[in-house]
Structure formats: C-alpha cells, structure tokens
Design a protein around this ligand. Structure first.
Ligand SMILES: Cc1cc2nc3c(=O)[nH]c(=O)nc-3n(C[C@H](O)[C@H](O)[C@H](O)COP(=O)(O)O)c2cc1C
Length: 383
C-alpha cells in the first residue's frame, strides 16, 4: 500500500491552563500549563490531537509523492502510521482503506486553495451554534464592565492645526438612500415580500447586467457591485419564508437566467426553524421574509488567483460589496436589511447541499418590512 500526507496541514502547540488544586492548597504556584499538539487539516475540518511520534511521521512523509507504507512504518513506527491513516492525516491509495479521506483530500487539492486560507475557512465554521451553547451577544454595558471602555471611535494622526479642512458635502441623489439605510432587527413577522420587490432586489444585487467573453470560453458577468478579477464567484442561495408567489423553501438564484432554482420545499414551521438555525439563534432576524446566503464558488476565483495570498480576502470583500448593494436596494424599497457573519455555516451547507471546500459560506443577508416595534436595538440616522 502507498501512502502520502494530506495536502494542507498545520500543527498548533495548544496550551491549556489548569488550576492545580493540590498546589493551591500547598501554597505553591497554582496555575499549570499543559501543551498538546493539534493537527489542523483543512480537508477534515476537525482538529486531531497528535503525539510527538506522529508529528515526526507527518514531518517526514511528503504530500506529493506516494511512498510504501512498510518503509514509512520502519522509519516512524507502525502504530503512528496506523493512527495517522485512521484519522485521515495520512492518505492511503487503496480503495477500502478510509478512501473517503482521499476523496476529501483530492477535492481540496483540486480547488487551488492557499493553505492558510483553507485552514482559516474550515476552522472558523460553526455548526449548531446557539445562545445556550456559548453564542454570546454581550451588551455594550457588559463589555465595558468586562474590558473597560473601547478604543475611541476616531483617531488623530496629525496636530489639529495641520489638518486640511474640507467643505461640508452637498446633498446629492444617493443621500436619501444612504441616510435611510439601517440594519433591521424588528421585522414584521406577518408581512409578505411582494414578488416584484424580491425580483428587483435579487436581480440588481446578484444578477448579471451583461456577460462578456474575455478569452475563448472565459466568461465574466457585469454586476452592479465590484468583484475581484471580475469573476463574481459569490452565489446567492435563498431561504424564502414569505415571498409572494414563491413556495416556502430553499432556492438558488441564477444570476443570468434570473430564476429561482428550487432546492427543497418546506413548510413555514420548517423555514422559521431553519432561519433561526442559520443565524445562530439571532431571533431578531428570523421574521425577515427572505434571507440570502452568500457562498463563494472558490474554484472560480482560484482559477485565476491560484494558491494566492490575497484570494481569500478578495472573496470576503466581494461578499461585503454584495451585501451593501442588497442593503441599499432594500432601503430604496422602504425596508430595512441585515447582514450577519454569525451564522451556522455547517447547517447551511447541509441544507443547501454545499461542500465547504468548494462553496464557502460567508454571510447571510435578509430584508423585510419593519414591524414598527423597537424590541431589539437599531441604529437609524437621526438628523
Ligand atoms: C460583517 C458584518 C457582520 C455583522 N454581524 C451582525 C450580527 O451578527 N448580528 C447583528 O445583529 N448585526 C450584525 N451586523 C450589523 C451591524 O451590527 C450593523 O451594521 C452596525 O451595528 C451598524 O448599524 P447600521 O447598519 O444600522 O448602520 C453585521 C454587519 C457586518 C458588516
């Protein structure tokens, strides 16, 4: 049997601090520190604790060339090799032996991820995160009690006398929309989003306004937000709760054909439960009649930006631009919107059928009619 190391692997010396009660009562230093080595392998997405012997094997077996298992066992010990194969940190070439690890490793290799970016993405995802499981939204008052006051909202980088005074901006066309935009946290749970509004929002925020062939077979879309390399890899997946003429459920929005492609039908209890789960228990968003998951097709971006130090950052920026355009369109339609990165990516991947090594869930947006209540804080512009 031939083996090699998984493609992307980082090892972190993790320090756990413990109170040593015996030492405390004996009057000695009571804080004990314990270091464990954690293997962070992007194709697994789950941490694996490794021993020093296993680390030596991981450091000695390369990720490219296949080597005889027997030779590796002789060098690094049969027990270490067996455990590393069993945990998926080493990959075997045979079909019966944990072949699913090889498949995941190959998916990762095929996408051209930068190793650090793949690791950052795979290990920052949440699954089933809820308020009662450690999802916390401390108030500003609580934060100040814990950490003192935050760094000030603005800084000076020059003496006041050296600063160049600028004229006050004149009012202009965009102002009405910009000043009315705010993050809604009190949605009307009965209101239905009119189809025409939903359609305009989706088309102007996520739809193509044109298509251009940059080289034979290499197409880019023109959208109303900027995108790194013009690639527009961020896809919009819709959770429709109450959209006029659209059955509750999950859809993919096709940016060229301007259609909603049905993925799963649901009843309204299921859509409400899923909405809550998607935004990790942020119940102030759940009444939004339409939510949109922003998920980047990394392969499209990494086709150009292969193993690139800036590519991951560019994907996050792309999603940020789309969400701002979404906000402004919702504002124009007289509605608040929201965007949140505090989402349960793993649950979202599961229901929409997305592979996190290929389709990177970045954020969830939503919008809907305001209820008029102020149960949860909002920050509206006050002249
Ligand atoms: C990347 C990002 C993540 C956010 N995540 C959350 C969130 O998890 N929960 C929430 O209530 N608001 C979230 N917001 C909204 C911000 O709290 C909001 O934009 C900010 O308080 C300013 O208010 P405004 O948008 O009404 O001007 C997020 C905004 C951004 C840009």
């Amino acid at each position: 049997m031939l083996i090699r190391r998984c493609a992307v692997l980082f090892l972190e010396p993790r320090e756990d601090l413990d109170i040593d009660w015996a030492a405390l009562f004996a009057g000695d230093a009571a804080l004990g520190a314990n270091i464990r080595w954690m293997a962070l392998a992007a194709h697994l997405g789950e941490e694996v604790e490794v021993t020093l012997e296993e680390m030596a094997a991981l450091g000695g077996i390369g990720l490219t060339l296949w080597q005889e298992r027997d030779d590796c066992e002789q060098k690094f010990g049969a027990a270490a090799i067996a455990r590393l194969l069993q945990t998926g940190l080493l990959i075997g070439d045979d079909d019966d032996h944990n072949a699913h690890f090889r498949v995941r490793d190959e998916v990762l290799r095929s996408q051209n991820w930068r190793p650090l970016s793949a690791t950052a993405h795979m290990f920052s995802r949440w699954g089933d995160m809820r308020v009662d499981k450690g999802m916390q939204f401390p108030s500003f008052e609580e934060l100040v009690v814990s950490y003192g006051t935050p760094p000030g909202p603005a800084i000076e980088r020059a003496a006041p006398g050296d600063a160049v005074a600028l004229p006050a901006p004149e009012r202009a066309r965009l102002d009405d929309t910009l000043f009315q935009r705010y993050t809604g946290r009190n949605f009307d749970g009965a209101a239905v989003l009119p189809l025409a509004t939903a359609a305009r929002l989706l088309q102007r925020a996520f739809g193509a306004q044109g298509e251009r062939e940059m080289a034979p077979g290499a197409f880019v879309l023109k959208k109303l937000s900027p995108s790194a390399g013009g690639l527009h890899p961020v896809e919009a997946y819709v959770l429709a709760q109450r959209v006029e003429g659209v059955a509750p459920g999950l859809y993919h929005y096709h940016p060229v054909r301007h259609v909603l492609e049905p993925l799963a039908a649901m009843d309204t209890t299921q859509t409400a439960e899923l909405a809550m789960r998607m935004v990790a228990d942020q119940d102030w968003f759940v009444d939004a009649p339409m939510m949109v998951v922003l998920a980047a097709r990394v392969e499209r971006n990494f086709w150009k930006y292969r193993n690139h130090a800036k590519a991951y950052r560019a994907l996050l920026l792309d999603a940020g631009h789309l969400s701002q355009t979404f906000y402004l369109l919702a504002t124009e339609a007289g509605m608040p919107a929201f965007v949140t990165a505090a989402v349960n990516e793993i649950d979202i991947e599961r229901v929409f059928g997305l592979d996190p090594l290929k389709d990177m869930v970045i954020a969830v947006c939503g919008c809907g009619k305001a209820s008029g209540a102020q149960d949860t804080v909002e920050m509206r512009y006050e002249p």
